[in-house]
Write a protein that binds this ligand. Structure first.
Ligand code: NAD
Ligand code: UFG
Length: 352
């Protein structure tokens, strides 16, 4: 019997990571998660194990910071990884403006450390979590992978720099294979309601904020800008169900086995734009909850309209998002209503 492919998942206890690890297990991969739990909980790992049934035994977890080079080396010395999916990073735009060095240290130093250890142990296949943030305020739509890149804040610059770093590493050594995935706006949760997004502190992003309003943790949603040149004046984004996004990673792993691939970049989005008010109304419909709104000024650095061209991912990864905003809101609410305080309640019970 051939051994299942073994994938190292950095940041695998986080929102997108936990959903991806589950899809990998269900697709027959063995996974090793390293996460420092800076923005996540080990409860997510135990729930992924539970959802994976028998295959849950193919998941192991190490509480580790990817900047801890000796610990990472020890892990690579004891396990042969076929590829790495690299989610670990800090992602709050506002915080990155306040604490740029913390972001550069965590995201850039973390990635350099990871790539150095991978190279030393001959594991040269990486899927990296990039972001639509690298398109800045796009001049045209939909955003194609060839668009000029820019960054409006330190977080965005870390994504841009890591992309460039991967391109340089590949240019220096064509044994490397990289798939850089530019996520649009991941939302929703696993349909079981057992795993979902549980940001520490006050959420920065639209859907987790709406979720906190719906469960009474915040009084109202501030709508950032009602004077954009869009259908209803509010910002437009390409929201993608996190399970679709997770499936995009299995497609990316398959692509890494293509002998012709070098360093490739793909958008993961749906190609559809939805406004803030449309999202609020879809969530209200799915949850039966009224979301009080406070219309405020634009948030500095926000683009007006961003949505993806999905052609390249469809053609080359054989992947296409299946879910629409109704399913995204249904699953977001299912998760929120069952876990109004995210993983905290169970973590407290376990004394974690
Ligand atoms: P998340 O915060 O839920 O997950 C990131 C995980 O990485 C967390 O569990 C955190 O504890 C861990 N981590 C951070 N620094 C680490 C370190 N130095 N060592 C070990 N673990 C560390 O975020 P997410 O939404 O799941 O995002 C995953 C990746 O996707 C991130 O790189 C993020 O920048 C990127 N991304 C996210 C979005 C989004 O809107 N959620 C959009 C585009 C790109
Ligand atoms: N918004 C509000 N109120 C809020 C939060 C957001 O009105 O409380 C609006 C924003 O102005 C924007 C839309 O909702 O029009 C979406 O905002 P998010 O913060 O959810 O998402 P962004 O598109 O601004 O940015 C997110 C991540 C970035 C990432 C990008 C693309 O924060 O890191 O998606 O993946 F790069």
């Amino acid at each position: 019997m051939t051994r299942p492919m073994c994938i190292l998942v950095t940041g695998g206890a986080g929102y997108i990571g936990s959903h991806t690890v589950l899809q990998l297990l269900l697709n027959g991969y063995s996974t090793v998660v390293v996460d420092n739990l800076d923005n996540s909980s080990e409860v997510a790992i135990s729930r992924v194990r539970e959802l994976a049934g028998d295959r849950g035994r193919n998941l192991s977890f190490h509480k580790m910071d990817i900047r801890d080079k000796p610990a990472l080396e020890q892990l690579f010395a004891s396990t042969k990884f076929d590829a790495v999916i690299h989610f670990a990073g800090l992602k709050a735009v506002g915080e990155s403006v306040q604490k740029p060095l913390m972001y550069y240290n965590n995201n850039i130093v973390g990635t350099i450390t990871l790539l150095e250890v991978m190279a030393a142990y001959g594991c040269k296949k990486l899927v990296f979590s990039s972001s639509a943030t690298v398109y800045g305020w796009p001049k045209e739509l939909p955003c194609t992978e060839e668009f000029p890149l820019s960054a409006a804040n330190p977080y965005g610059r870390t994504k841009l720099m890591i992309e460039e770093m991967c391109r340089d590493v590949y240019a220096s050594d064509p044994e490397w294979k990289f798939v850089l995935l530019r996520y649009f706006n991941p939302v929703g949760a696993h349909p079981s309601g057992r795993i979902g997004e549980d940001p520490h502190g006050i959420p920065n992003n639209l859907m987790p904020f709406i979720q906190h309003v719906a469960v009474g943790r915040q009084p109202a949603l501030k709508v950032f800008g009602t004077d954009y040149s869009t259908k209803d004046g509010t910002g437009v984004r390409d929201y993608i169900h996190v399970v679709d996004l997770a499936d995009g990673h299995t497609a990316a792993l398959a692509k890494l086995s293509d002998p012709k691939i070098g360093c490739e970049v793909y958008n993961l989005g749906t190609g559809k734009g939805t406004s803030v008010l449309e999202m609020v109304s879809a969530f209200e419909k799915a949850s039966g909850k009224k979301i009080p709104l406070i219309k405020t000024a634009r948030r500095p650095g926000d683009a007006e309209i961003v949505y993806a061209s999905t052609t390249k991912a469809e053609r080359e990864l054989n992947w296409k998002a299946k879910y629409g905003i109704e399913e995204m809101c249904r699953d977001q609410w299912n998760w929120a209503s069952r876990n109004p305080y995210g993983y905290q309640t169970e973590a407290k019970k376990l004394g974690a």
